[in-house]
Design a binder for this molecule. Structure first.
Ligand SMILES: C[S@@+](CC[C@H](N)C(=O)[O-])C[C@H]1O[C@@H](n2cnc3c(N)ncnc32)[C@H](O)[C@@H]1O
Length: 263
């Protein structure tokens, strides 16, 4: 019953998103920065060669039937799952991850934090734009964190530190090691209270050019509540909702405005 209500809520929120959405060509977006973002970053279709390696790895993980002990802090799901199931259902799509790559590449982000590594596929996309960037990614599940380390090594990616810990326990310490955060991707605990807490802490390390991306802002009414709450944060200027992703900007030259975009 709760599940059905959540599905009904998601359908309703998708319809609302579609009715409010602009296209991604930048028309109707007055800020030059956001015009450039929507036209050349959100809407860019070019593929980069690095993605083939990562997607080949994703395909091989879909055929990996090793069991993973249940420890998903985000959903309360206590099932033992196979790597193949995680690779098929829990990871962000190539399309979404190409967008993360493009943001980091375009704005030359150097200090990157990810909350929710899983098998390291999103991490690999975020670490790939430059050898000089530094990416720290936190994963609570011991088996997944260890597989992510192996997967990143297999891809020849060596600018990532995977921290195996509960985010609630380690985030303060991890943030102490950053002077600033240029890019943050939050894809972990899907509960508003946890999300608000993570966002509040990360915002203290953002700068004017930082970009924060939150996955699954319409996953549940509760997650959507956290997204709305974040939009009213004094440090937040503009935001873009692509339905799945919530993209947050802190640039004080932007007028506080919240866009819905097709992606
Ligand atoms: C949706 S998956 C991440 C998918 C990954 N970002 C991708 O797209 O390839 C979420 C991950 O966050 C981890 N997670 C959830 N809550 C956490 C917490 N409180 N501390 C550490 N890890 C957590 C889960 O174990 C899970 O592997």
């Amino acid at each position: 019953m709760v599940l059905n209500m959540n599905i009904a809520w998601r359908i309703n929120s998708l319809l609302k998103h579609l009715s409010k959405s602009r296209n991604t060509f930048g028309f109707g977006v007055h800020s030059p920065f956001l015009f450039h973002f929507t036209k050349f970053v959100l809407n860019e279709k070019n593929r980069f060669y690095v993605f083939n390696n990562i997607e080949q790895l994703r395909s091989s993980l879909k055929k990996d039937y090793r069991p993973i002990a249940p420890l998903d802090f985000g959903t309360g799901d206590a099932r033992i799952r196979k790597v193949s199931q995680i690779a098929q259902t829990s990871l962000s799509s190539p399309r979404k991850l190409r967008l993360l790559y493009r943001i980091i590449h375009t704005y030359k982000c150097k200090n990157i934090l990810e909350l929710g590594t899983s098998l390291g596929i999103s991490t690999a996309y975020m670490a790939s734009p430059s050898h000089h960037l530094r990416c720290v990614s936190i994963e609570g599940n011991k088996q997944l964190a260890s597989m992510a380390v192996d997967n990143l090594a297999q891809l020849g990616i060596n600018n990532v530190s995977v921290i195996q810990s509960n985010i609630d326990a380690c985030l303060d310490g991890v943030l102490e090691d950053f002077d600033t955060l240029d890019f943050v991707f939050i894809d972990a605990n899907h509960r508003s209270q946890a999300l608000n807490n993570y966002v509040e802490k990360c915002i203290k390390k953002t700068n004017e050019h930082s970009i924060l991306v939150i996955d699954d802002i319409n996953w549940s009414e509760d997650m959507h509540k956290a997204w709305k709450h974040l939009q009213s944060h004094p440090a937040v200027t503009s935001t873009i909702s692509t339905y799945h992703f919530g993209i947050v900007f802190f640039n004080t030259h932007l007028t506080k405005k919240h866009y819905h975009m097709m992606f």
